[in-house]
Design a protein around this ligand. Structure first.
Ligand code: UDP
Length: 385
């Protein structure tokens, strides 16, 4: 007899899992999502006024260094080449990001070669920090205070709502520092944008007679889900437990929408690094699809704030107090039977799309192996260090 599974959340985690389970075992899957669309925060939709494909929850650029993940997403729709080249506004001037030879030469008014820039940065970097313990130390250790204050201090304070000394060094490690003129924001070799948007890719993943998606259906911890052989939860971990130990900290973002004729800023993303500019960045979405022609443009100012109970959680803060709560919830989850937790919100991690997809693929395999061997399936898609 077919197994009956419930997946809560129709973002990349839940959709990859549904796709893999229906491909590899005999099962019927219900997916519930509280929003009125699939795709979670990767949801894309054409703007009615301009026809431009809008990333409704902020810019998403697909990038991965794993060919199998690239091939996997491409099997659900065409991706066209797109290289993310971000510009930064700092103290009234525009610079190239991520920090590269051009940025260094621009900021210091120099014409350094790669070797000269490397030597120069060594003189700026704080040599007394040997093992950076937080975001600020990581920055001072590698790029010194001038670059840190021009591009990172203000932006980070706005984005995270706290001093960069309180944040983990891992947040800064997301962004490369280069001593050449390569201004690709990402290091990964496979990078692109889906021609029909991410929601179309996810829709294709979910096209199977045994997958049934119900939108506008919010999961509550009290609901009767005993009719399912297993439940896969991709929502916020603390919500599953009705916040009994308290709420995990998140930052949320809000957007102010604008229309204009032609081209507003000439690039998809401009970061505003000064602390006295209230928003963090402006994204102009027509630049994500430069194979399309649009006379008008739509752009968004992005603001960051603390997450209230009614807000959408975006960025897990993972401050020390959050990590204590996280461990309490993870311990509680380990004691449950018939439930697994996967994805950005259920594992409370800052993950990119390719991380989410890779982990959902691995988790699907591990789940299927465990079932076949008659073992308890993994409770989490990751281990917490
Ligand atoms: N960051 C910064 N200045 C910038 C861009 C990024 O200080 O101009 C910091 C900031 O703390 C941010 C982190 O680097 O949260 C990661 O940046 P990324 O662009 O990867 O953020 P995302 O696009 O995921 O919001």
């Amino acid at each position: 007899m077919s197994k009956k599974y419930l997946i809560i959340g129709a973002g990349f985690s839940g959709s990859v899992l549904a796709n893999q389970l229906t491909k590899n075992c005999d099962c019927i899957i219900d997916i519930w999502d509280e929003r009125n669309h699939i795709g979670g925060n990767c949801h894309t939709k054409r703007d009615e006024q301009t026809g431009i494909m809008v990333h409704e929850y902020g810019p998403h650029i697909f990038n991965t260094d794993k060919k199998e993940i690239w091939d996997f997403v491409n099997s659900f729709g065409e991706f066209r080449p797109y290289v993310h080249r971000v510009k930064a506004m700092s103290n009234g001037k525009i610079y190239s990001l991520p920090v590269n030879l051009h940025t260094i030469n621009q900021l210091f008014g120099k014409s350094f070669t790669p070797a000269q820039a490397k030597d120069f940065l060594k003189t700026l970097a704080n040599g007394s920090i040997t093992q950076p313990q937080n975001f600020e130390e990581q920055a001072l250790h590698f790029i010194g205070k001038e670059l840190y204050h021009a591009f990172f201090y203000g932006y980070t304070k706005k984005q995270w709502g706290c001093e960069p000394t309180e944040l983990p060094a891992s947040i800064l490690k997301r962004i490369p520092v280069r001593f050449n003129y390569d201004d690709n924001y990402h290091n990964n070799i496979f990078t692109g944008i889906p021609v029909d948007g991410y929601s179309s890719v996810i829709q294709k993943m979910l096209e199977h007679k045994n997958i049934h998606v119900t939108l506008n259906k919010k999961f509550n911890p009290g609901m009767n889900i005993s009719g399912y052989d297993h439940v896969f939860y991709t929502g916020p971990l603390d919500a599953w437990f009705n916040y009994k130990h308290g709420r995990l900290g998140y930052r949320t973002v809000t957007f102010e929408k604008f229309y204009a004729n032609g081209d507003f800023q000439g690039t998809a993303q401009m970061n505003y690094c000064d602390v006295d500019v209230p928003f963090t960045r402006i994204t102009e979405h027509k630049h994500f699809t430069n194979w399309e022609q649009h006379d008008k443009t739509i752009y968004f100012k992005e603001f960051s704030k603390e997450t209230e109970p009614s807000d959408i959680p975006y960025y897990p803060k993972r401050l020390e107090k959050d990590k204590v709560l996280l461990m309490q919830y993870r311990n509680d989850a380990q004691a449950l039977q018939g439930v697994s937790f996967l994805g950005r919100l259920a594992t409370y991690r800052y993950m990119d799309m390719h991380h989410v997809i890779g982990e959902a693929l691995n988790f699907s395999n591990a789940f299927l192996h465990a079932i076949k061997a008659g073992n308890k399936p993994p409770v989490f898609s990751n281990t917490e260090e």
